[in-house]
Design a protein around this ligand. Structure first.
Ligand code: MSP
Length: 629
């Protein structure tokens, strides 16, 4: 059987975080599982490098888009290596062969009469790289996903006749319930398509960072059409790779996050139907991680760096946690404390101890253990359940099945009490060691490195394969804990390192308030204290950059008859000209300060941390100088 699994290709706009790592680890575990079953596997990941978002980021960084992309593509490659990701190929949308394949897809769609020329006028969110209808936006033309203002775009454009595919797509979903999973995502996608699809603008003319439309200078192909095609492009790279798409029995699985299901379950199959090419078997949309209960964001400073966790506690422990913590498809929360809790309970205790105590007794009693022909743990029943769970994209369930065995092993030792003088130690400990051997194979997709370390301690030299119980003898090695326990001091140290400073401060405040009732300072201020801040409406009269300070703008503000000068760190978010005439909220009684040699007589309020996301604004025409309260 052929099994082809893909991650989304990641934007080269930043370094990978836990969300990206999650999708990739899920795919890696599934790919390794299928290899274990002896299937022919192709596992693809890569980077999405074209489009307006990357072009603009590169422009701000004053480097070429290619240079910008190179840096982050390298960061992705390095992270995947560190996380033991076993991808067979890494595709970049700037690869020349991919660009040629995108044009081939365009030509095939065009030949079949599904593309026409027109003009597009509407809203575009550069962060999402997608068009929005007015109905889909939040009040004030705000992107519902990024909560930033969308842009009005008016330009010549080619359209794809997506509207023609409403019925064929509904038929596909009906006939193949496995096409979009899990069922809640399928229902969402079907409801969206049932409303009727509108034709889709698939080329842009106002910037150049993309794949050119064949024979139409000035037009570049819409970045999502370009990006989605990567899954197919990578299969054109060799005769063997080709089979993963062309062989009708090959299982083609796109693993994605839920926010991009429409692109994968509606647009992508419609493009393929239009070209007359085969469809993927399954698009599986997983849920999203929050962190300690909050949405992950740079502004909150709570973005989880997978490499940091992996370095501190072990790559395999991290992989295990994310796969075990949430059933694939559901949303979940990454809680740092629970991460350590699960590590200690399930890895250090359940699994680690099973091996340690067994090896310890083998050495102590100086025996040569050998397992019995009969399996006391019903391994086969569990491996079947494990296999079914992995086939159904449920690695968390597969791990539950494995832990049934781990617990059975510990229970067996307790019950058989090999320390008793008349106990048949060779057989009891041999059986547990055979169980550990089986486990070392089953765990490989999730913990590739630790499973080998486990097998090395058993003294068993064999490649990873789908295991079955067999009578065996063992030349066990010295026991070294697979997962050293994290004690309370280390736990404290790790939590301090991992948690964003702000969250740690909040937690401390809460604990202090709970334990010391006499403590009055809980971070809140009185009405009087707040009243001391003199907030005013101010209108921007002029704005100009501050020399040699790329984040700063010097603003002249009209504060009701008076002009005040302010230096604001908003240059990366606003062009000076875009600010003139805007009304903002101004702190009028702040002591003046000199910033980079320029006097600032107050400050204006803005949303965001290191990165400014938006300015405070007044939603009606209020005269400058009016008090804000
Ligand atoms: N470039 C597009 C995908 C094109 S595929 C043809 C893109 N890239 S992305 O860099 O934004 O990565 C998106 C993927 O990252 C999501 O689909 C999801 O897999 C993962 N995640 C990003 N944040 C996440 C969480 N907080 N939680 C879980 N996964 C999330 O979209």
């Amino acid at each position: 059987m052929r099994f082809y699994i893909t991650t989304p290709i990641y934007y080269v706009s930043d370094v990978p975080h836990i969300g990206h790592a999650y999708t990739t680890i899920v795919c890696d575990a599934l790919a390794r599982y299928h290899r274990l079953r002896g299937h022919d596997v192709k596992f693809l990941t890569g980077t999405d490098e074209h489009g307006q978002k990357i072009a603009r980021l590169a422009e701000t960084a004053k480097v070429t888009p290619r240079h910008y992309a190179d840096k982050f593509a390298d960061a992705y490659r390095a992270t995947w290596k560190a996380l033991e990701i076993s991808n067979d190929d890494f595709i970049r949308t700037t690869d020349a062969d991919h660009e040629a394949t995108v044009q081939e897809l365009w030509r095939a769609m065009e030949k079949n009469g599904t593309i026409y020329e027109g003009e597009y006028e509407g809203w575009y969110c550069v962060a999402c790289e997608r068009f929005y209808t007015e109905k889909e936006l939040l009040p004030g033309n705000i992107c519902p996903d990024h909560k930033t203002k969308v842009e009005l775009v008016k330009e010549k454009s080619f359209y794809f006749k997506l509207s023609q595919f409403t019925e064929p797509l509904l038929e596909l979903y009906e006939k193949h319930p496995e096409f979009i999973q899990p069922p809640n995502r399928r229902n969402e996608v079907m409801a969206f398509v049932r409303e009727g699809l509108r034709d889709l603008s698939i080329s842009r003319t106002t910037f150049a960072w993309g794949v050119p439309v064949p024979d139409r200078p000035g037009h570049i192909i819409y970045v999502w059409l370009d990006a989605l095609c990567n899954y197919y492009s990578a299969t054109r790279r060799s005769p063997e790779a080709k089979q993963f798409w062309d062989d009708p029995s090959s299982q083609v699985v796109h693993m994605i996050g839920k926010e991009i299901s429409r692109f994968h379950a509606v647009y992508w199959p419609a493009f393929l139907l239009a070209a007359g090419w085969r469809l993927p078997t399954t698009v599986f949309a997983h849920g999203w991680w929050t962190v300690d209960g909050d949405k992950m964001s740079k502004t909150l400073g709570n973005v989880v760096d997978p490499l940091k966790l992996a370095n501190d506690i072990g790559v395999d422990a991290f992989r295990y946690h994310v796969l075990r913590e949430i059933p694939l498809g559901a949303d979940g929360d990454f809680n740092h404390e629970q991460f350590i809790g699960r590590y200690n309970a399930e890895l250090a205790n359940d699994l680690g101890n099973l091996l340690n105590r067994t090896l310890g007794m083998v050495h102590k009693y100086g025996i040569v253990p050998a397992s019995a022909a009969a399996d006391p743990f019903t391994v086969e029943k569990v491996t079947t359940a494990y296999g079914r769970a992995m086939d159904e994209f449920q690695p968390s369930k597969a791990l539950e099945a494995i832990w049934e065995l781990v617990r059975a092993g510990n229970g067996y030792i307790d019950q058989k009490a090999p320390w008793k003088p008349d106990a048949p130690r060779e057989e009891i400990l041999g059986n547990v060691l055979e169980l550990c051997r089986v486990l070392s194979h089953l765990l490989e997709p999730v913990m590739p490195e630790r499973s080998l370390a486990l097998r090395a301690q058993l003294g068993v030299d064999e490649p990873t394969t789908w295991p079955a119980w067999r009578s065996h003898s063992f030349a066990v090695q010295a026991a070294t804990p697979l997962f050293p326990r994290v004690d309370d001091d280390r736990k404290k140290e790790l939590l301090e390192r991992w948690r964003p400073k702000k969250a740690a401060a909040t937690a401390t405040t809460a604990t202090t308030a709970a334990t010391a009732t006499e403590a009055k300072d809980d971070g809140r201020i009185s009405f009087e204290e707040f009243g001391k801040v003199d907030l005013r409406v101010a209108r921007v009269l002029s704005a100009e950059p501050v020399p040699k300070a790329k984040k700063l703008l010097k603003l002249q503000l009209d504060v009701g008859g008076q002009t005040r000068q302010v230096v604001a760190g908003i240059a990366e978010a606003y062009a000076p000209d875009a600010l003139v005439g805007k009304s903002v909220i101004f702190v009028a009684n702040l002591k003046p300060a000199t910033i980079r040699g320029v006097e600032s007589q107050g400050m204006i309020l803005a949303a965001g941390g290191d990165t400014i996301l938006g300015l405070s604004a007044i939603d009606k025409d209020v005269p400058p100088g009016t008090k804000v309260r």
